[in-house]
Design a protein around this ligand. Sequence first.
Ligand code: AMP
Ligand code: GLY
Length: 428
Amino acid sequence: MKVMVTGSGGREHALAWRVIQSSTVEKVFVVPGNAGTALDEGIENVDIDVMDIADQISFAITNGIDLTIIGPEAPLVAGAVDQFTAAGLRCFGPGKSAAQLEGSKTFTKNFLKKYDIPTAAYGSFDDVERAVDYARTMDLPQVIKADGLAAGKGVVIAHSHTEAEKTIRDMLTGNRFGEAGSRVVIEEFLRGEEASFTVIADGTRFLPFASSQDHKAIRNGDKGPNTGGMGAYSPAPVVTDAVHERIVNRIIQPTIDGMRMEGHPYTGFLYAGLMIDDAGNPFVIEYNCRFGDPETQPVMLRMQSDLAELCNHAIDGQLEGQRITFVPEAALTVVMAAGGYPDVYDRGDVIEGLEDVVNGKVFHAGTRLENGRVVTNGGRVLGVTSLGGTVSEAHRRAYGIVGQIQYRDRYCRTDIGYRAIERESRLV
Ligand code: AMP
Ligand code: GLY
């Protein structure tokens, strides 16, 4: 089988790496990919833009691609899967109508409310004055979100009503978020510990992947502005067996059932960003219509099952009777970024020390090949991922590898996994 994966981040490198392990997969093409996907055996990059669906479709037809997995949200929300399917191709992911779960926060909040799925109280507005009035009635802190896709930057936690008002005015009248900012959602602030819970769904049934947790803030201690994610680990200890049951019964099952009843059956990866309160009750913070980045990296390192086969079963509505298994070890990913990220940063710096990596896998994100050398090409550069008997051990191994990789102005957090590590140290 020939498989195509679209995207160029750490998520796509990890998906492609997992897919090529399958005995039935002879080749994986990554569109457009990065230096990591260019260098891995059995994987080849194709220089087509991730949003150029028409070109991807002609490549798939010409090259006999049997299965395409769309990595990022933007092509999913734009309807890539519908277009592939209309061209008679097998493509894994939600269609445009199901991808609204990520594409519109208002759609999702209204859906969650209708099906009684736990989430923060909210209001949704396109009128500035009504939004400001609503915000004044809400406790602090409160959360203000641009309605559409804003690459993780459309969320502001306001600690005063003045800040809330300024944010609302900025989003609704400024041009910073374009279309995504023509509507805002104002939410109650949820307290607890966050976890990521992803399933593969076939429209009716679903199978959960191992739980994970990411670190969104740029600095140690989860301080500073949010990024795409500075590290992640799996499993998330906050997702105990009892919490797992609640997530499945209160959140995932009614979501898959509800989407089917709404006429938007959900096929694809569905990622729930959750808040788990002190009593172990899960609440939906957001849905994503794709796998998480960097959560994919530790989850794929732990996964034993055949990913391409599972995607094919899901496309055919045949997940019943399938299983996903994971090694019992923990996995942890440290994101190595370019200095200055998430604001301005340089590209084109040579990366050394990628050879002779033992005790882990380095997934590439913002990298490219230049005259045979790997150079930086983005804010998040690498996702160094290791397994360990405990999160602490996975942490030690991953940072061992981080220490051997050099490039100018490299930056990473040094405390990835600290909550899990604290828990482990309380247990001994
Ligand atoms: P989102 O893009 O909706 O995932 O929001 C980004 C981050 O903002 C989340 O991962 C949370 O850390 C935080 N956040 C969003 N909504 C809430 C909320 N209602 N309560 C507390 N934190 C939130
Ligand atoms: N790591 C967060 C996300 O993928 O949305």
